[in-house]
Design a protein around this ligand. Structure first.
Ligand code: GUN
Ligand code: FE
Length: 453
């Protein structure tokens, strides 16, 4: 070795890995040895007991040994979350989407003109999400450039992987005068500056995302300009698409075609574009999204309040469409993606069986719609990572070490593991449905420990 050069330090984590590399598929690696390079990438995953595993432990600069009651899982990828709505989490879900935006949400988002207020919210929200195991988040910010940049800074300094978007919205009918871009040109200029500002942070974890709020809030000029901005900068895009009857109907009335088609005509349906909700997308829309390499952020809890329908997740997966999971805070009243996995299973069961008992059972639901916890977890990890094009969502060589640990030791209020009754499959289901921050003992992003007790 060259004199004075620092030897690469590897961090080795030993313990049992649980993950869902494909929908419906559980992979359990008992007492695995996960080797993480000093750049945060997983170099190797060795099976227990072999010579390679022993050598890796012996050579490691640092060893973290998980207890028998702990499980190592890939980090959760929240593909749709409205950061400024954090203070209204858990409230105001009693009215339809169009009223909810004007009566509750826009007034709160307007407050982020005060960057001090914004910083205070971000400094509480980002660690809370990390504590839930959310290692990547795709954030809507607000229209304010400073508040949005402060969010990107908070993610970079806390070590959360993030896509952060300044919200663009200029439509005089779809937005209030006190919370909108002055014009399409002003919206474009602010979004372009925001993309640059986030990039200039130089964080390998934090990226900008072009964010037209949704078609009803944007003029055609703004949508077209933002499509060009995405093409010119190569930045990701996020927007809402066919979320509700109202939004879906808006596109049909305004464009004579679906929301997906209209967004595509503006250049906004691109590789890595996150279309939030998508409950009312048609089969040709799904094909358009698949062919573009875009995807859908499935937000099961929020959809129960605002979407007027259940997103047909299984149909979308069967058609090869990228799907990630989204909390849609604060339309979804729970910040944790594990809880959202449980909701994804629940709403899929309701879609399968139907909900109105006055209809006969054989015409009440949509057969073939239900999913299991494994499929939900796959969507919340690898599904979201694939949609975004990031090397995460799986504990495997070449992936970033974005991961969290759940401790299943019996303790008051924690997971209840039953020796002799619970096998690994049942334990996995319990983790997905029941685990929360109290059970999560460690969280890493790109190899850096970012949360834990
Ligand atoms: N459509 C436009 N804006 C929003 C929002 O903030 N939340 C949800 N759920 N849908 C939207
Ligand atoms: Fe949303």
């Amino acid at each position: 070795m060259v004199r004075g050069a620092v030897a690469p330090v590897t961090h080795v984590v030993t313990g049992t890995v649980m993950q869902a590399p494909a929908p419906g598929t559980l992979e359990v690696m008992r007492d695995a040895v996960v080797v993480v390079g000093d750049d945060g990438t997983i170099e190797a995953v060795h099976t227990a007991g072999g010579r390679e595993a022993e050598a890796a432990v012996a050579a490691a600069g640092k060893v973290t040994r998980l207890a028998g009651s702990q499980r190592l899982l890939p980090g959760l990828v929240d593909t749709h979350i409205h950061a400024p709505q954090w203070p209204q989490l858990g409230t105001g879900l009693d009215i339809p989407l169009d009223r909810w935006l004007f009566e509750y949400t826009f007034p709160l988002e307007a407050r982020y003109a005060d960057t001090g207020f914004a910083r205070n919210v971000w400094s509480r929200m980002v660690p809370a999400l990390l504590a839930h195991g959310t290692t990547t988040a795709v954030y809507y910010g607000t229209v304010h450039e400073d508040a949005t940049l402060a969010l990107a800074e908070e993610c970079a300094s806390r070590g959360q992987r993030a896509f952060v978007g300044r919200v663009a919205m200029d439509h005089p009918e779809g937005t209030p005068a006190w919370y909108r871009d002055e014009s399409a040109a002003a919206g474009l200029a602010a979004s372009a500056r925001s993309v640059e500002a986030v990039r200039s942070l130089g964080s390998p974890l934090v990226k900008p995302v072009v964010t037209p709020r949704f078609a009803p809030a944007c003029t055609d000029d703004l949508l077209r300009a933002l499509g060009e901005l995405a093409a010119g900068t190569g930045a990701h895009v996020q927007t809402h698409c066919s979320e509700s009857d109202w939004e879906h109907g808006h596109a049909l009335a305004r464009y004579g075609t679906t929301d997906t088609e209209a967004l595509a005509s503006f250049g906004l349906v691109r590789r890595g574009t996150v279309l939030a909700h998508g409950d009312h997308v048609t089969d040709p829309d799904l094909e358009r999204i698949r062919a573009a390499g875009a995807g859908i952020a499935h937000c099961p809890l929020s959809n129960s309040y605002f979407a007027n329908a259940v997103f047909p997740l299984r149909r979308a997966l069967a058609r090869g469409v990228h799907v990630g999971l989204g909390s849609d805070v604060a339309g979804g009243a729970h910040p944790g993606l594990l809880a959202q996995c449980g909701h994804a299973v629940t709403v899929s069961r309701m879609l399968e069986d139907g909900v109105d008992p006055s209809h006969p059972a054989d015409r009440r639901g949509v057969p073939g719609s239900r999913i299991d916890a494994l499929t939900a977890f796959h969507v919340a990890t690898k599904g979201g990572a694939d949609l975004l094009g990031i090397d995460a969502g799986l504990i495997a060589p070449g992936m970033s070490f974005d991961a969290f640990v759940v401790d299943c030791e019996q303790r008051p209020g924690g997971l209840d593991y039953w020796e002799g009754i619970d096998d690994e499959e049942r334990l996995f289901e319990k983790i997905v449905r029941l685990a929360g921050p109290a059970d999560i003992t460690d969280v890493w992003v790109a190899g850096r420990r970012v949360s834990g007790d």
